[in-house]
Design a protein around this ligand. Sequence first.
Ligand code: ADP
Ligand code: MG
Length: 400
Amino acid sequence: MKKILILGAGIYQVPLIKTAKRLGIYTIVASIQGNYPGFELADKVYYENTTDYGRILAIARRENIDGIITTGTDVAVITIGRVCDTLVLKGLSFEAAKLATDKLKMKTCYEEYGVRTAKYRRVSFDNMNLEETLEELQLPLIFKPVDSSGSRGVVKVDSPREFMTARDTVLENTRSNYFIVEEFIEGEEFGAQAFVYNGSIQFILPHGDYIFKGDTGVPIGHFAPFDLDSEALEDTKKQLKLAVKAMKLDNCAINADFIRKDGKTYVLEIGGRSGATCLAELVSIYYGYDYYEKILLTALGEDVDFTAGDGTSPEDCPGTPNASMLLMSDSDGTIASQECSYPDDPDVVEVQFDFKPGDPVKKFHVGPNRIGHVITKGETLQAAVDKLRDVLDHINIDVK
Ligand SMILES: Nc1ncnc2c1ncn2[C@@H]1O[C@H](COP(=O)(O)OP(=O)(O)O)[C@@H](O)[C@H]1O
Ligand SMILES: [Mg+2]
């Protein structure tokens, strides 16, 4: 029986853990302690910080694992790199993982390889002269931690008067002693899921993003297909391939964030793991296979084929249109009741509530404040999106 080590026990790892179990793989889960739903699904649990690659490596050795993987989170990617390199397992390298989990290192390699990306500066937290450091950048700006995710600590800044408060927000959300400031790109945000295996890109699937406008944008839902004309599609693929090369990603899922402005695709960031917010599901529905299964089998070094479920190649696959949206609360409080009164429907792929009545929830600001999600599909994208709206209208969550 093969043994997999899954990093994280949260909502975005639960489908991965369930799939591993279904495939008959011995499933070890490592995560910090907490009320995480993945623990009870695993064959074995280690309560360990997934960013502590020394300790995770010791577990991996002791367990003699065949593979290590996560989905939907960047923080554990560094550990995957370290363990894969040391134990010669299939996955991204430590070097690639370092580039993928530090936004400054990422931007630096983009610059080197000519990847189109927002102009930026590195800033130390002890820098007291931000105006001078940032004078060559054009307002508005984005202040962001180099090591966070889910839009935590990312702030849009419109004038120098906001510099210090923005810096303080970043400081609260990082373990680093420096951060990054970028020019704000005013455009349409979108993304792509992709997979690189044995150094070659297996598919690239652009998707639309629904964005919640808080302190900055927070992706709260997605849809595919995303309508790009052939020139825009080529430009996007070119930037993605260049970024993958720059980051030396050779064996991992890819979660790309882009912004399109004046007909050009800018790379915001690329993660060496599949996306959160229903993005692995988007790939599964679109191509008609279980993407979690593919992710697991690649981590075990198996021969994995990314041909779509209907036998077509990823480029030729007509794809099943689908859409998703997070459920959110507009206040802090406790869930008094929650229900979905939408009738059973094959095009309603999933309605998930993350919590139970009585559980505390937060007003939505950032991705981790989610309280559930809805995923729909349809003959056309419009049908999937209409269904999504309709289901959302039938969901009632009462927060007191
Ligand atoms: N240069 C930028 N221009 C415009 N919006 C940006 C820029 N950088 C980040 N954002 C916004 O902030 C969000 C989070 O930033 P991102 O770099 O993707 O960090 P995270 O790892 O938190 O997702 C993005 O989804 C986007 O809405
Ligand atoms: Mg992002």
